[in-house]
Design a protein around this ligand. Structure first.
Ligand SMILES: Nc1nc(=O)c2c([nH]1)NC[C@@H]1CN(c3ccc(C(=O)N[C@@H](CCC(=O)O)C(=O)O)cc3)CN21
Ligand SMILES: CC(C)C(=O)C(=O)O
Ligand SMILES: [Mg+2]
Length: 316
């Protein structure tokens, strides 16, 4: 198959059919409908209640509790050490915030690698104990995807630069750089689709490879560092808001500098506390007038404590 073949899918993207209804709850099936209609799927990661509230209210389609939280929330060098219990804890917080978006949880390294039975048992925990609506697994684990689908658990696949394979890949390296590698990725994607995946994340691959795979599939692809031809895009929230501490990969676009906003706010707070200009009178609680007078009389002759004089007492 040539990389430059013009496909019906591409024609659909350039002239998408018009949608008539706006669903209020995103589901695995509504994501597939978006692909059919040529409407891009919008996705980001979230790891906490407050961020998830803002993302959900902004109307994004999909929120992923990514195992990238090991790196951006916990400062670990890769995603390998995060546990099921930790992932469940973060997912529960996000769950309480999300009404509109599809909530997907990343299965952590080790939770599905030994046997498919482990994978099914752990995926059930995400659904039962944390309220996830789908799980994401890395790599072409076809038998596991079949068993999860059989167990009524929607699965998002993940191919290309799969961070849980960091040691095998010899670092976080862009994948799919040869025709043979692209062909293998396309075969894996088709197998994942046949096994029942509802979507596939494509990470760190050339845009030409992502386009080829996207056109070969009926289910949507969601890209990160995979170019503009995927059916949707996902970014790590902390990357797009500049809440990270190392140089970002080239696919990251910085939509805000929240790191700078926080730094400025904290510097100002420190200055105010040091100068005793925080808290102000308005930011303090006061006794009622009668009680203040009574308290003042109790202090008469008491050398140890400061009486409430006119100077110290607030006027209410
Ligand atoms: N904060 C954050 N955002 C991410 O998107 C992200 C993570 N962490 N951690 C896990 C993976 C790693 N990611 C990466 C990391 C590097 C490249 C990259 O551009 N690699 C270059 C250089 C590799 C090297 O240093 O040798 C490449 O050309 O392969 C891509 C995706 C994406 N993922
Ligand atoms: C970047 C996305 C796809 C991810 O797997 C994560 O955040 O862990
Ligand atoms: Mg992940």
């Amino acid at each position: 198959m040539s990389l430059t073949t013009f496909t019906p899918r591409q024609a659909e993207r350039e002239s998408p059919p018009v949608s008539t209804k706006a669903p209020t709850k995103v589901t695995t099936t509504s994501l597939q409908e978006k692909k059919r209609l040529g409407q891009p799927i919008t996705a980001v990661t979230a790891y906490d209640y407050a961020s998830a509230r803002i993302i959900d209210e902004a109307g994004l389609d999909l929120i992923l509790v990514g195992d990238s939280l090991a790196m951006v929330m916990q400062g670990q060098p890769n995603t390998l050490a995060i546990t099921m219990d930790e992932m469940l804890l973060y997912t529960r917080g996000v769950r309480r915030a999300v009404r509109h978006a599809l909530l997907v949880a990343d299965m952590p390294f080790g939770s599905y690698h030994a046997t498919p039975a482990d994978g099914v048992a752990n995926a059930i925990r995400f659904i039962k104990e944390a309220g996830a609506e789908a799980v994401k697994i890395e790599g072409p684990r076809i038998e596991l995807v079949k068993q999860l689908t059989q167990a009524e658990i929607p699965v998002v696949g993940h191919l290309g630069l799969t961070p849980q394979s960091v040691h095998r890949m010899g670092g976080f390296k862009v994948q799919g750089k040869t025709i043979a590698a692209i062909d293998a990725l396309r075969e894996d994607a088709l197998s994942l689709e046949a096994a029942g995946c509802c979507a596939i994340v494509l990470e760190g691959i050339p845009r030409e490879a992502a386009r080829l795979i996207t056109d070969a599939l009926d289910i949507p692809t969601i890209g990160i560092g995979a170019g503009p031809d995927c059916d949707g895009q996902i970014l790590v929230l902390h990357d797009m808001l500049s809440l990270t501490f190392s140089p970002a990969a080239k696919f990251v676009r910085r939509y805000a500098d929240l790191g700078a906003v926080m730094r400025d706010a904290l510097t100002e707070y420190k200055r105010d506390v040091t100068a005793r200009t925080f808290p102000s009178e308005a930011e303090s609680y006061h006794l009622p007038h009668e009680a203040r007078l009574l308290l003042a009389t109790l202090h008469v002759g008491n050398e140890e404590s400061t009486p409430l004089t006119k100077e110290h007492a607030p006027s209410i």
